[in-house]
Design a protein around this ligand. Sequence first.
Ligand code: AMP
Ligand code: MN
Ligand code: MN
Ligand code: MN
Length: 277
Amino acid sequence: MNVDLHCHSTVSDGVLAPDQVAYRAHQNGVELWALTDHDEVGGLALAEQTALNLGMGFVPGVEVSVTFLGKTVHILGLGVDYTSSQLVDSLRYVRAGRWQRAERISDALAGMGIPNALEGAVPYASNPELVSRTHFARFLVEQGYCSTLQDVFNKYLGDDAPAYVPMQWAALDEAIQWIQQAGGVAVIAHPGRYEFDTLQFDLLFDRFKELGGVGIEVVTGSHAPHQYNEYARVAKRYGFEASMGSDFHGPEEGRLDLGQLPALPSDLTPIWKRWLS
Ligand code: AMP
Ligand code: MN
Ligand code: MN
Ligand code: MN
């Protein structure tokens, strides 16, 4: 089955509107699809309606920004009731502070010889409550400061780069609780991206499990292929269900397009069994 349970629209830092992402997923052969915008469920009604019209299976999702051991971790909520006012209100609280952070990123870039970056990034952000580093990165590429988004993150905006501005996102327990109270299941997104040591990873996985987290992304466009097996082993060791998703942001970006994912390594429990009936 062609499953893609992680991607973004213009509601956060994707370049296509929610219905356009649905069309592209369907065109690429996706049979079960989740839209998972960062800290925002505002695209899910349109996404769901479009998927329904196309006869494509749909799982409403969200990718919540969390701070764990001082670093940013992304937790996917899959199967959430996006009309839950508790979820909507909690996500608004996670988004608060993004604007101030964007101003500080802009100041830091100005100090590095890149003026007016906020003015440049804002037109890329359809949702003014959700100015993301990705929007800055697109502006910097467009202006010729860097040739790829990856370069921007290496040189300016990545977690160890000079124009990085730390944020305090949600706590892990809060994020999992919001997801659960909205009827969803929590999934650790792209664990291979986090720069934790072994002990810190164990803490993350133990704590996540203790709090009722159920899934981990194994196959994702944010993992290099050798990491599929690495996180397949983690899934088995912890008894996590396995998820997969492209983490698609736009046609010209990222490693994998919608619906272009290799199969999960064998012996794993696919999380999407929950939505097949
Ligand atoms: P923010 O939530 O504003 O901190 O932005 C995080 C977003 O930046 C992620 O969701 C990715 O879309 C993007 N991102 C983070 N690191 C990288 C990277 N190394 N290369 C390309 N995009 C990245
Ligand atoms: Mn993103
Ligand atoms: Mn992410
Ligand atoms: Mn993502």
